[in-house]
Design a protein around this ligand. Sequence first.
Ligand SMILES: [Zn+2]
Length: 677
Amino acid sequence: MTNPLLQYRFEIPFADIRAEHVEPAVDELLATANAAIDRIATSTDAPTYDNTLGALEACTLQLEYAMGIVGHLESVATDEALRSAYNAVQPKVAAFSSAIPLHEGLWQRLRALAGSPGADQLDPTRARHLKKTVDEFRRHGADLPPEGKTELQRLDVELATFTTKFAEHVLDATNAWELVIEDEHALAGLPESAVEAARHAAQAKGKPGFRFTLQSPSLIPVLTYLDDAAIRRRMWHASNTRATAEPWDNRPLMADIVRLRAAKAKLLGFASFADLVLEDRMAKTGARAIAFVEELRARSEAAFAREQADLLAFRRELEGPSAPELQPWDVAYYAEKQRRALYDFDEEALRPYFSLAGVLDGVFAVATQLYGVRFEKDASLPTWHPDVQTYRLLDESGARLGAFYVDPYPRETKRDGAWMNGLVTGRVGPAGFEPHLGLVCANVTPPLPERPALLNHREVETIFHEFGHLLHHLLSRVTVRSLGGTNVAWDFVELPSQIMENWCWERDALDLFARHWQTGETIPEPLLQAMRRARTFRAASAMMRQLGFCDVDLSLHTSYDPARDGDVVAFARQVMQRYSATALPPDYAMIAGFGHLFSHPVGYAAAYYSYKWAEVLDADAFDRFLAEGLFSRQVGEAFRRTVLEPGDSRDPADLYRAFRGRDPDVEPLLRRSGLVA
Ligand SMILES: [Zn+2]
C-alpha cells in the first residue's frame, strides 16, 4: 500500500492516514528535499529565478503538505501513537529548515541571481521574493565569515538553553505554590464555581478545605471577587514575585537572555535586537514601535487618570470617605463591583440569540455582501470527525476559490482554543488559478439534547475572527506560494481577522443572523445598548496595562544597559510603574514570569506591541466601512484587492496605504475604546 502522505491530493483522505505513515513519509520527503537543494546549489547553469528560488519553493511543497496534515491531525484527533510520531519528526524538520539559510552553495546561487542582470527584470512579486529571501538568509548568518557563523551558532544554542530553562522555572514555580484555606468563611465573595473548584483541588491533593494556585482559573476569581484583602494580597504578591528565588530564579537568566539577544543583533549588523526582529515587520524598527506605544500612552493618559479617580470614588462611596487608596490587589476587585453597579448587564442574556448555525450564516452573509463570494456545502471532502462541516467558496462568477472545514466543538482528542489553518495554499500558477484549502477550528459551547449550540458573544467574535484569517487564506491571489495568504508580517496578520469582529457589534450586521433560537426575535435594543456600553468599561486601564508590557519589552530589547539601568527586575518595575495606577511594591517582579518575552529564543520578544498595532489597523480600516457603509461593496472590494488578495506580495505598509489612502491613524481605536469622544 502506498503512503498517503507521499501523494498530493486536494481531497485529503484523513481516514487512511495513520501514525505509522508519518516517520517513513517525512524521512523520504526530507531526503528528496535535501537532494533537490544540493542539485540547486551545484547547478552550473546560469542562475535564473526558476532554477534557484522557484526550485527551492517546489522542493519543500510535499513536505509542507505532509507536515501540515500531520500537525493538524495532532491538534484535532490525536492519540499516543500519532503524538509520538509527530514528536519524532518535528526536530528533524526543524533542523532541515534552519539548515537552509546556512547552505553555502545555495547562498552562493541566490547571491549570483541577485547580482545577475536577470534580477532587475523580475516581476515585482518575484523581485520581492528574492529580496526577502536574501534578507532572511542574512539574518540567519549566511553572510558571516566562518568564525561569525560559529559564534552565531553558540549564541543560538545558549539562547535556546536559557529560554527553555526560563519556561521551566515559571512552570515549576507556579506549580510549587499553593494556598490552602480551611475556613470556608474566609472565602466570602467568591463565586460558587470557584469555591467548588478549590474544594476539588484540595481533595485531589488529599488536603482538607480549599486549595488555590497561581494558575489563572484559580488566581483570577480570587483577585476579582474575594472579599478578604489579605488573601488577595498574598496571591497577587506570590504571582508577581514568581520565579525570583532559588531553585527557580529567573533573574540571572533574563539578564543573560537580553545580553545574548543584543550580542546576536550586533553580530548580524543591527543596532538592537528589536531592529533585527522588526526588519521584516510592518513597524520596521524598534524606534518606530516605541514611538507608536508612546503615542497611545499619551492619548490614553487622561482617561486612565479619570478611571482611577472614579474607582477610588466608588470605593469611598461603598466604604466611607476615609477608605484607603487602592492597592494593586484591590483594583480588579473594586472594578468588578463598579462594573456591576454601572451596567446591569448579563452576558448570558445574549446566548439564545447566537446559535452556531446562525453565526455561520452570519459570517457567510457578511462576506457575501462585502466580496460577492458564495458559500456552498461540499460533501465531497472527507473529514476527520463526524462533527466537521465542509464548504466550498465560489467567486461571484462561480469559479471555485477554495474549500474549507469547520470543526466547532471541544473533544478530548482536540487541543484548546480557536485557530485557522491553511492545509493547501493555492496560487495563480502558470496553468491558471489553483484553489486553496483551509479550516477553522474552535471549541465553542456544544449543543445539548434539547437545544442547539448557543454561543456567548465572545465566542461569536472568535468565529468571526478566525473566518477573517480564513478569508485572507482563501481569497489570496499570489503567484509565489510562500508569499500568499496569511504568510504576512506578524504585525499585519491580525488585520484581516480582527476587522471581522467589528461586524459583531453593529445592529445592522447582527440583525442578519442574531435571532432568538425559539422566538426568532432580533436582539432587543436595551440589551444591545448594554452590551455596547460595557465594551468600553475601564478601557484605558486595559490599554495602559498592555502598553506597559509593550514598553518594557521594547525597552529591554533596544536601550537597556545593565551597567546603567541595574538589574532587569528593577528596570522593568520602573518602566511598568508609569503604566500602573497603584504604587508597585519594591519586590514587584512580574517580568520574571513573563513567558511571552523569555520562553523562546524569539517568541514575542520585541513584538508584544503587535497586539496593539493590529488593533489600531483594524479599528482604522473598519472606520472606512463605518463612514462609507457597513456593507459597501465598493469598500469591500477595495479591502479584498488591497489587503486580502495580495498576501505578502507587497510591503504591508503599501497595502495599507492602498486601502486607506494614508498611513494608519490611532484615533478610531481610541474612539472605539471610548477614550476620546
Ligand atoms: Zn488571529
